[in-house]
Design a protein around this ligand. Structure first.
Ligand code: SF4
Length: 205
């Protein structure tokens, strides 16, 4: 296990554990404070992220920033990462074996940051978290907006911003879910775990 995020990032930029290293320009490490209470997990770097080496700087990131700002949440308070750290070929989602291989880094990030709330956005993020926790999650369309208590932290799945850009009708629901995540985070910091679970009807996983 790595002990620091910088050490982890050094390992990620050198990583060639799956075929995605062939299609990357820059591997993209997670960003955010080491003691962040909330961790957001996306899918994979797109072209803007691949160029910059920073997660969520393209169109999806712009939407994410807008929504967080509208809820008076600074992105700098959140740890933001991805299911895979290297860009898949254009138009392709990461394959399940690539998500599985790369989930070792998510496991290390969770261990270092120790978030209270993890928000996996989209199916790849749910798969990655499933590998970390050795659980099988339902599809995002089944579990978006449902709180789950996994013992170490709460999990609150959300649609990926790219899905909202493709289907803007879901934008209101996307914003509502982030509003709920912000309330949840506030309550998680001040209420006993069981009360949170009851208040938000958390499912045990
Ligand atoms: S996607 Fe992850 S596992 Fe694959 S090469 Fe990149 S850092 Fe390594």
């Amino acid at each position: 296990m790595m002990e620091s995020l910088s050490g982890l990032c050094s390992a990620i930029v050198r990583c060639r554990e799956c075929d995605l290293h062939f299609s990357r320009k820059k591997a993209v490490c997670g960003t955010g404070p080491k003691d962040a209470s909330m961790m957001i997990v996306g899918e994979a770097p797109g072209s803007a992220e691949d160029e910059a080496g920073i997660p969520f700087v393209g169109r999806s990131g712009k939407l994410l920033n807008e929504v967080l700002a509208s809820l008076k949440v600074s992105r700098s308070e959140i740890y933001i990462t991805n299911s895979v750290r290297c860009r898949p070929k254009v138009g392709q989602a990461p394959k399940i074996n690539e998500v599985r291989t790369c989930s070792r880094y998510l496991k290390e990030e969770i261990s270092i940051v120790s978030p209270r709330l993890v928000v996996p956005m989209g199916n790849s993020a749910l798969f990655a978290l499933g590998f970390v926790l050795d659980k099988k999650f339902e599809k995002i369309s089944e579990v978006a907006g449902k709180l789950m208590d996994c013992g170490m932290f709460f999990v609150f799945p959300q649609f990926h911003p790219a899905a909202i850009l493709r289907n803007p009708k879901r934008r209101e629901y996307f914003v509502e879910n982030f509003q709920k995540a912000v309330w949840l985070l506030r309550d998680i910091q001040s209420m006993p775990r069981l009360e949170i679970a009851r208040k938000y009807r958390a499912l045990s996983i």
